[in-house]
Design a protein around this ligand. Structure first.
Ligand code: G4P
Length: 530
């Protein structure tokens, strides 16, 4: 092993997935607080910046040239170097949100205890499953009235298809929230509202064997319920198995309250024990090992600059092996060019820092004069390998797009093709006609506005978007299938992407199943791969 192995092995890189409002921002703030990255939670990632309406968002983009929500946070805790990847939600939910998951080694799923599994979590979860990365569950807002604990776990198992293993167990919720039971250490950690944002709290640990003390602390009714629930749980829940956690088949579940800072450090400690070091990544030459191979990275996201005066973009890359040092020469494999990365930086929510060095597991942002594409590989000049590509994720909103001024056809096609290459939108055509009809698909509706804005401002083309009713898209895995003889439902539409791959559009999910039934042997996928 090289001397940088130690640096790599102490890295943990994870993404937080959740539905908006479940408490992702609050939990992240508390993590940073424990890491000592900030003194007072809330000062790093204010609400004001996290929630921008379209107009605001554009302004911010223009000013900074980068979305404030596309941040990567790095902090130190207990000897670990932790990278948190934010997965933007709200209006700026886009394909980038999915792509971010391609750069993480594990995911933390935050669930609101009174809401259970919600739509956005479900979508992001699918990507984690595809990657088979470990998923850790934090059930938040226990200081508010929560759903029944067993029902919450049941919902996760049934809706997401992953086994659950509670690491701790809540005692009541809302006004009668008394704390959690630590299943491994057989003790109760009492709840105390630790004055929002401060680190110290007045929690106590009481072994369940100390019955009198436990009864004094949580009351006889809560104690009785806890005893019953533990018995039920020990009989019913899956055994903890680290291998199953690592393969993404079992999720350890934790309960707490991010706002009152209860259960957060408990979660962090256990998470760090269970989460993996940076994972090896598959390339066309085989597996690339983080601590054994020299520097390599892949681009997982490209952020276009909204400022007309600065056409440059920022390419985000995940370092997969070795160490990056400032001014080092690397090879951009797809461009077949040896180059120095221009001003590599770490993008924090509120600031950018020029990097001197970075290791496998870290994410860096690099100024891109327009040479990188999503999925591109960077490695040492003497090497020649390509990382597996990043799949295309299913858009959920579709529109027909036309340029208003027919004389501007050329600029229009150039602009929309370039924007599609950056990965901000996907474009399709009718299956049997040419480029004259373009269908654009996006993951989040904000991308429609971004497309309109950018075409007008960067390419001087005004467009009209006519919404289409489709919500489900499927790639056809067995491409040899005869598209003409394919019989679908009346709401089905046959389209193709720019590479000529056939796809199907549906208005409702039921039709997808029906089409599969009517065409034996047809294999459909929610992810597109080259
Ligand atoms: P998000 O990033 O997942 O969208 O969620 P965020 O952390 O912004 O939290 C959404 C709302 O839920 C916030 O309230 C936040 O204070 C609250 N919240 C987060 N964790 C907890 C918790 O453990 N318990 C309770 N009771 N509330 C929690 P808000 O009113 O929308 O914002 P704010 O005015 O409090 O800032």
């Amino acid at each position: 092993m090289d001397n940088y192995a130690q640096e790599i092995n102490r890295r943990r890189t994870f993404a937080i997935i959740s539905h908006p409002d479940a408490g992702k921002t609050t939990l992240t703030e508390k993590f940073l607080l424990y890491g000592g990255a900030i003194n007072l939670a809330g000062s790093v990632k204010g609400k004001a910046t996290a929630r921008h309406a379209v107009a605001d968002w554009m302004e911010i983009e223009k000013e900074r040239g980068i979305s404030v929500t596309s941040s990567v946070l790095q902090f130190e805790y207990g000897g670990f170097c932790i990278n948190i990847l934010d997965t933007p939600g709200h209006q700026d939910f886009s394909e980038d949100t999915y792509r971010t998951l391609m750069a993480a080694d594990s995911a933390v799923m935050v669930i609101d205890a009174s809401k259970g599994v919600e739509a956005q979590t479900r979508k992001l979860f699918k990507v984690c499953v595809m990657r088979k990365i470990p998923i850790f569950t934090f059930i938040n807002k226990m200081d508010r009235d929560a759903n029944d604990t067993f029902e919450l776990l049941d919902e996760i198992e049934k809706e997401l298809g992953i086994a659950t293993c509670p690491v701790n167990w809540p005692i009541g919720s809302g006004k009668s929230f008394k704390g959690v039971y630590d299943r491994k250490r057989h003790c109760v950690i009492t709840y105390s509202d630790t004055e929002k944002g401060t680190k110290e709290g007045e929690t106590r640990e009481i072994p369940v064997s100390d019955e009198a003390e436990l009864e004094r602390a949580i009351g006889s009714r809560a104690k009785e319920t806890l005893e019953e629930e533990i018995e039920l749980l020990d009989g019913a829940s899956a055994e903890f198995d680290l291998d199953l956690v690592r393969s993404g088949d079992l999720t350890p579940v934790f309960f707490g309250s991010a706002l009152t800072n209860f259960g957060v450090e408990f979660f962090l400690k256990h998470f760090l024990e269970m989460a993996t070091t940076p994972l090896p990544r598959r390339a066309d030459s085989g597996l690339i090992m983080p601590a054994e191979n020299d520097f390599s990275a892949f681009v997982f996201k490209i952020q276009a600059n909204m400022n007309k005066a600065h056409r440059d973009r920022i390419a985000f890359m995940r370092i997969c092996s070795g160490k990056y040092e400032a001014s080092m020469e690397v090879k951009h494999v797809q461009g077949n060019k040896v180059m120095r990365l221009s001003q590599p930086q770490q993008i924090m929510a509120s600031e950018r820092k020029i990097l001197e060095e970075a290791y496998a597991g870290d994410i860096i942002g690099v100024f891109d004069p327009g040479i990188f594409s999503i999925g591109d590989t960077l490695c040492m000049p003497k090497e020649q390998f390509c990382y597996e590509g990043i799949p295309t994720f299913a858009p959920e909103h579709f529109a027909r797009v036309r340029q208003v001024d027919t004389m501007k056809r050329k600029q229009f096609v150039k602009g929309i093709t370039q924007i599609a290459q950056e990965g901000a939108i996907q474009i399709f055509q009718e299956f049997n006609t040419g480029m004259e009809e373009i269908i654009v698909g996006v993951v989040g509706v904000l991308q429609f506005d971004v497309l309109k804005y950018r075409l007008e401002n960067e390419y001087n083309v005004e467009i009209r978007l006519d919404n289409l009713p489709y919500e489900h898209i499927r790639w056809i895995e067995n491409k040899e299938i005869d598209m003409d003889s394919l019989t679908g439902t009346s709401d089905m539409k046959k389209i193709r992407d720019l590479k000529g791959n056939p796809l199907l559009l549906f208005i409702n999910a039921w039709s997808v199943g029906m089409t599969l039934e009517r065409n034996k042997g047809l294999v459909l996928s929610e992810f597109g791969r080259d």
